[in-house]
Design a protein around this ligand. Structure first.
Ligand code: HPA
Length: 272
């Protein structure tokens, strides 16, 4: 690890100590989840060494450490993306910080476009696997054999099962599917979306995949949930970031139910 992650972890612990097991990252339009964290210490990314500050409107840039649904959590409210500066490892220090704080579980959220007409804006989609269509990888430049990371079960089967059960308990439909990472920042073309569908994608987005690779590299269990904010290019008239933000707000209620349900269940002895 670089050393920045442990420095940042010390700063968070100085602001609020806790038994942190779960780290979350919040995507576009999903930041209101951070408002629900209780007994919270909030630290701006600008105060943490090597933390990237996102230039994307709708992303705040704060670490929020506190309590949610009976668990100590560390929320990364706002993320930086590969398309902002061309660095696929841009989220490395924040994720190393989570690991240093003791988080065993990394829960990623994002806004995404749906390739399935029946999975409509406002719906959550549990990510079962991904396609890295960007051509880059945050582990490029790593020198040890650990870089040859096994991605066979990157999205933890036990956590997925648990989230499916939370959805069922709450009478919520929860689609499951493959997320394809396109670098952005331009949206995809309709032809690219037809290609992605042929390749097996169910949703597309511009984030998450590099973070999941980094979290797995650090040995964390990973779950990831997309909030569908639009049908993908060619499936609706046009696409815009304004719609991503607006529909993120519509979908965040269901995301909160899933996250809270998972957290509330972590101490259940049946939890695997
Ligand atoms: N494509 C890429 N990223 C996105 C989309 C999309 O359609 N919607 C929200 N984020």
């Amino acid at each position: 690890m670089s050393g920045f992650g442990s420095q940042c972890a010390e700063m968070v612990r100085a602001a609020r100590d806790g038994d942190y097991r779960v780290g979350l990252v919040l995507g576009s339009g999903l930041g209101t989840l951070a408002d629900e964290v209780e007994d919270a210490a909030r630290i701006s990314y600008t105060h943490l060494p090597d933390f990237p500050v996102s230039s994307v409107s709708s992303h705040s840039s704060e670490v929020v450490a506190g309590r949610l649904a009976g668990q100590d959590v560390v929320v990364l409210s706002g993320r930086a993306h590969f398309y902002e500066n061309g660095n696929a490892a841009v989220m490395r220090t924040p994720i190393e910080m989570l690991k240093e704080l003791g988080c065993e579980i990394f829960l990623a959220t994002n806004a995404a476009g749906s390739l399935r007409a029946e999975v409509t804006p406002g719906s959550p989609m549990l990510i079962s696997d991904h396609i890295n269509f960007s051509g880059v990888n945050p582990l490029i430049g790593e020198e040890s054999d650990a870089r040859f990371l096994d991605m066979s079960q990157a999205y933890d089967p036990g956590l997925r099962e648990r989230l499916m059960r939370v959805a069922a308990t709450n009478d919520m439909e929860l689609a499951e599917g493959v997320y394809a990472w396109f670098s952005g920042p331009s949206f995809e073309t309709p032809a690219e979306i037809r290609m992605a569908r042929t390749l097996g994608a169910d949703a597309v987005g511009m984030s998450t995949v590099p973070e999941v690779i980094l979290a797995r590299y650090l040995g964390m269990r990973v779950a990831a949930i997309s909030t569908i904010t639009n049908l993908a290019a060619g499936m609706q008239e046009s696409l815009s970031h304004a719609e991503t933000k607006e529909m993120g707000l519509v979908g965040v209620g269901r995301l909160k139910t899933l996250v809270r349900g998972l957290l509330a269940d972590l101490d259940n002895p049946a939890f695997k």
